[in-house]
Design a protein around this ligand. Structure first.
Ligand SMILES: Nc1ncnc2c1ncn2[C@@H]1O[C@H](COP(=O)(O)OP(=O)(O)OP(=O)(O)O)[C@@H](O)[C@H]1O
Length: 257
């Protein structure tokens, strides 16, 4: 299987690889005055291209806020987010919408497929909305990896949860985004379907050169990633390379105590 010809691995003038996503001194405060909540507290983070990064942390530690701000779905109170070398704050609302459409993919816990469309139509929806024909070769590569067999003409209600989520990943990949963001993608799946989906995300990184960022509560899911970023109270407190389930559990235990 060939790696994408366009993609995230760019180099800076000095020859260093530009991270796919970067947060610099990122702060997010919800509300004001007595009720203000600091959800992100000075987060500086590089997410390398062509890698699978998991974001973990206790409930309320800022995982979803970080993901939404990195993906341009929400804005920071201060600091910067860069997608490649594009500063999100420098874009107009419309430019940010186009960047999200053209360069980012999203997978949500609840699949978010359109019930009246077939699996194939759901996958190609971003291209249809952008008025572009899907690249047939890339579509075939993605579909071969989805292992949906003869299910492309089926509607979401005729697919299992795991198949629906694979369709959602296909939809996130069809535009060859620089980064795929996945928010608890296995949360609604049983353990077997969850493991299949995680193997699929892993193969998307290994075989297609994609960059994947995933929020998860599950140490077993995080072990599929190349590295894990741990948040506590809106701060990055630890990063773990080549995680295993046991090492993730050990860090979680230490951070909780
Ligand atoms: N729209 C909002 N208005 C006010 N406070 C918010 C809002 N969204 C999130 N928060 C607060 O910001 C903090 C971080 O929330 P966030 O949802 O990012 O955490 P999380 O780590 O994703 O949590 P969980 O694992 O429970 O989904 C929490 O204290 C939360 O209550």
């Amino acid at each position: 299987m060939s790696a994408p010809t366009t993609g995230p691995a760019r180099t800076t003038g000095s020859g260093e690889v530009t991270p796919a996503v970067r947060a610099v001194d990122a702060c997010k405060v919800y509300g004001a005055g007595d009720t203000a909540v600091t959800a992100l507290d000075d987060v500086t983070l590089d997410l390398p291209a062509g890698r699978f990064t998991a974001i973990m942390g206790p409930s309320g530690s800022g995982k979803s806020t970080l993901m939404h701000c990195l993906a341009g779905l929400d804005t920071l109170t201060s600091g910067r987010v860069l997608i490649g070398d594009t500063d999100l704050a420098a874009l107009s609302d419309r430019e940010r919408t186009l960047l999200r459409r053209d360069r980012l993919g999203f997978v949500f816990q609840s699949f978010n497929l359109l019930p009246t469309l077939s699996a194939e139509e759901n996958i190609t929806l971003p291209c249809d909305l952008a008025g572009r024909r899907p690249d047939r070769e890339w579509f075939q590569t993605v579909v071969d990896n989805l292992a949906l067999g003869g299910r492309l003409s089926h509607r979401p209600s005729e697919l299992s949860g795991g198949q629906q989520q694979r369709v959602a990943v296909g939809r996130a990949l069809i535009s060859r985004p620089d980064v795929v963001f996945a928010d608890e993608p296995t949360g609604a799946l049983d353990s077997k379907a969850g493991a299949e989906l995680l193997r699929f995300l892993r193969s998307v990184v290994d075989d297609l050169g994609q960059t994947v960022v995933m929020v998860t509560h599950d140490p077993g899911a995080a072990a599929y990633a190349d590295s894990v970023v741990f948040l506590v109270d809106g701060r990055v407190v630890e990063e773990l390379e080549a995680p295993t389930r046991d090492r993730v559990l050990e860090v979680m235990g230490r951070l909780a105590s």
